[in-house]
Design a protein. Structure first.
Length: 333
């Protein structure tokens, strides 16, 4: 029987067709409150820009909104795309959050811009991903206690405990997280190809640090649950359509589910989506229980980050409730 591990939730503040950003923010807070009640460990939000269907661009602001509306669940970034911001700015933002909500804020750092190249240029950062390791170390420096003669400090931020994670979808992030002794979160929910090798490298090369004595790896998993297998598969077509539309260059709002996904995509598009979304569990309560248990047993993560882009908010809340129940049935704590 697979061990029971912590489970968390990744949200993008999705803006659905016919909806608004304000509705997305209300739904995000409502989902976070449900997640807290259901026993989820963390509620993370991801930075994306110039994407009409994702409203979490101002990630730190939205984290503050969610943290203020909940009481115990950890809230964080999954993640902040560091090439878009100066490390000092990020340290100040998350230092502010940590001062407001002590012991509840996480900071995941990503190397990708989280957008297209034109938007990346509009964000006015020019070092790009090449400077990511140096930027991470500079950011970590700002969270340490201020030293005599230190010319620049994060106020607030210095001396505050803000757990920093490295996010990744390739081997680069695994190596960096291992070298710095930081927890590692792999984006297996949309880029699973290098997952097994990345985990192996992270565990093999991990060096203990002040933040972490042993490696700690989290994997992301798409989970779409419903009362029937057929309804879950129908709900999943929202995410499938979104991936196809991105490949076609059709960036828009989150679409409603459709009855016949086979009529929507080409064989090549179907193959692309099935590869990208290979780490997905879709079905009824029994399917979720068995699928989550199998994923944990096969990959042995220390924690799972669940995500599920479902058009209808009530159905989305119900899906995460079913997933929580599946964890309770997975195995002994």
């Amino acid at each position: 029987m697979s061990p029971r591990i912590p489970y968390s939730l990744l949200d993008l503040a999705p803006v659905c067709e016919g909806g608004t950003a304000a509705q997305a923010f209300a739904n995000t807070l409502d989902l976070a409150r449900h997640a807290e009640a259901l026993g989820y460990t963390r509620f993370w939000l991801a930075e994306h820009h110039n994407m009409p269907g994702i409203a979490s661009a101002a990630t730190a602001v939205l984290i503050g909104h969610v943290a203020a509306g909940t009481s115990s669940i950890r809230v964080g970034a999954g993640g902040v795309m560091l090439p878009n911001s100066a490390p000092l700015q990020v340290a100040e933002q998350f230092g502010t959050l940590a001062a407001l909500f002590p012991g509840r804020i996480d900071l995941g750092l990503g190397r990708a811009p989280g957008t297209d190249q034109a938007t990346a240029r509009a964000l006015r950062r020019h070092d790009g991903a090449e400077a990511f390791p140096q930027d991470v170390q500079e950011l970590l420096h700002y969270f340490r206690p201020v030293q005599p003669g230190q010319a620049v400090q994060a106020v607030p931020g210095a001396g505050l405990e803000v757990p920093v994670w490295i996010l990744g979808s390739s081997l680069f992030g695994a190596r960096l997280a291992a070298a710095l002794g930081l927890p590692y979160a792999f984006a297996s929910h949309f880029a699973p190809a290098a997952m097994t090798e990345a985990l192996a490298i992270y565990h093999r090369d991990f060096r203990p640090s002040a933040q972490l004595r042993q490696p700690y790896a989290m994997l992301a998993l798409n989970v779409v649950g419903a009362d029937t297998r057929a309804e879950a598969r129908r709900l999943f077509t929202t995410l499938q359509q979104t991936f196809v539309r991105l490949r076609r260059g059709e960036v828009g709002l989150v679409p409603p589910p459709i009855d016949d996904i086979e009529a929507f995509w080409s064989p090549a598009e179907k193959a692309m989506v099935e590869q990208a979304l290979a780490c997905s569990v879709v079905g009824d309560a029994a399917d979720l229980r068995d699928g989550i248990a199998a994923f944990i047993d096969r990959h042995r993560p220390d924690e799972l980050m669940l995500t599920g882009n479902i058009f209808d908010h009530a159905a989305r809340v119900h899906s995460f409730a079913l997933a929580s129940s599946a964890f309770a049935a997975v195995g002994p704590a």
